[in-house]
Ligand binder design. Structure first.
Ligand SMILES: [Zn+2]
Length: 316
C-alpha cells in the first residue's frame, strides 16, 4: 500500500439525480473501481447479505470476501451492531454541524465516535483499492455527511463529484414505485414532492458549504452529462486525478456518441436497481416529469426550490 492518500471520488447529491448511471460509466475505465454506497455496506451487505452489484450475495461475492479478509481478517471480526449504531449516530444530516466544525478546526480532534467510525470505513476503502488495483475508488454513498466524514481522514484524498438534476425530475422520480431486486418483495421508498424539494435545497447548499471549507468539488448537472457526455466524463476523470489514463485526454472506449456499452461488473452494495443491468444504454434526457408530475406538485417544488434554482442552472 502506498503512503500517498488513497484517491476517492465521492459521488454526492440527492438520490435519483442520475448518479448510478454516471457511476457505471466512470467504472468502465480500468483505473477506477466502484465500491457502491459504503454508508449502507454494514446493514445491507455485512448484516443482511443482500446481493452485490455482481449478482452474488454479499457473503460469497469474491471482492467483498477478500475485503473482509484484508481489512478485518474476516467480516466475523467486525462488530456489525456497533458500526451500524455508529452510522446512525454520526453519519446523518442532523450531525453535519459537528462534522463541518471539524473541517473548520483543521480536521484534528475528531471525537472518539467519529474516529471509531472512520476506523471501520477506511480499511474497507484501502482494501478495495489494493484488491482492485484501482487508482481512484468511486464511492456513491451520495450523503453529504458521509462525504464530510471521509474527507476528514488523512489516509484518503476525497474529491466530491456533486451532481444536480432538475428538482422537478428528482421529485417525480421519488413518487414512483421501484422494486429493489437485491431484496425480493421490497420496494424503494417513495417521498412527497415537497419533502424532496426541501431536501434538494438543503443537500445542494450543504455540498456547496463543504466545497467552501476546502474539500475539492466538481459540480455538474446530470442534464449536461447526458447532453455532452464525452466532454463531461473527461472533465470528471481529470478532476478525479485519473492520471494513468491520461487525464482530460482519456480514451472513452465505452462511449460512442450518445451510446454507452457498460460491461464492467459492479461490486457495489446498495443503490439504484440500475446497477444490476443495462449493458447498452442510449443517453437521453428523461423528462417524463414534464408531463407526468401534476401541475400542483410542480408548482410546489418550484416554490420551495426557487431561491436557489437558478444558482444551479435551472429555470423557475
Ligand atoms: Zn460482488
Amino acid at each position: 500500500m502506498s503512503s500517498e492518500p488513497q484517491r476517492v471520488l465521492f459521488i454526492g447529491g440527492l438520490g435519483r439525480s442520475g448518479t448510478t448511471l454516471i457511476e457505471k460509466m466512470l467504472n468502465e475505465l480500468p483505473g477506477t473501481f466502484a465500491v457502491g454506497e459504503t454508508l449502507h455496506l454494514w446493514e445491507r451487505g455485512v448484516r443482511d447479505e443482500e446481493r452485490c452489484g455482481c449478482g452474488e450475495p454479499f457473503a460469497t461475492c469474491p471482492h467483498w470476501s477478500k475485503v473482509g479478509e484484508l481489512a478485518f481478517e474476516g467480516w466475523d471480526n467486525v462488530d456489525t451492531d456497533r458500526v451500524i449504531d455508529l452510522r446512525w449516530k454520526i453519519d446523518r444530516s442532523r450531525r453535519l454541524p459537528s462534522i463541518l466544525a471539524k473541517h473548520r478546526e483543521g480536521a484534528t480532534g475528531l471525537d472518539a465516535e467519529q474516529q471509531e467510525y472512520l476506523d471501520y470505513l477506511r480499511p474497507v476503502l484501502l482494501a478495495s483499492a489494493e484488491i482492485s488495483g484501482a487508482e481512484v475508488l468511486l464511492d456513491s454513498s451520495k450523503h453529504l455527511s458521509t462525504a464530510a466524514l471521509l474527507a476528514l481522514d488523512p489516509a484518503l484524498d476525497v474529491r466530491v463529484l456533486h451532481i444536480t438534476r432538475d428538482p422537478r425530475g428528482v421529485a417525480y422520480s421519488w413518487t414512483k414505485q421501484i422494486d429493489r431486486p437485491e431484496a425480493e418483495g421490497s420496494l424503494m421508498p417513495t417521498y412527497k414532492p415537497s419533502r424532496t424539494a426541501t431536501r434538494w435545497v438543503t443537500d445542494n447548499l450543504g455540498f456547496d458549504s463543504l466545497a467552501k471549507l476546502g474539500v475539492p468539488t466538481l459540480r455538474l448537472r446530470y442534464e449536461d452529462v447526458l447532453t455532452e457526455p464525452a466532454v463531461r466524463l473527461r472533465e470528471i476523470f481529470d478532476f478525479a486525478g485519473l492520471t494513468s489514463a491520461g487525464g482530460d485526454n482519456v480514451d472513452l472506449p465505452f462511449l460512442d456518441g450518445k451510446s454507452v456499452t457498460l460491461t464492467t461488473p459492479m461490486h457495489s452494495v446498495a443503490g439504484n436497481p440500475l446497477r444490476f443491468g443495462g449493458d447498452d444504454i442510449t443517453l437521453r434526457l428523461d423528462d417524463a416529469w414534464r408531463s407526468k408530475l401534476d401541475e400542483k406538485a410542480k408548482a410546489t417544488v418550484t416554490r420551495i426550490t426557487r431561491p436557489v434554482l437558478t444558482r444551479y442552472g435551472y429555470k423557475p
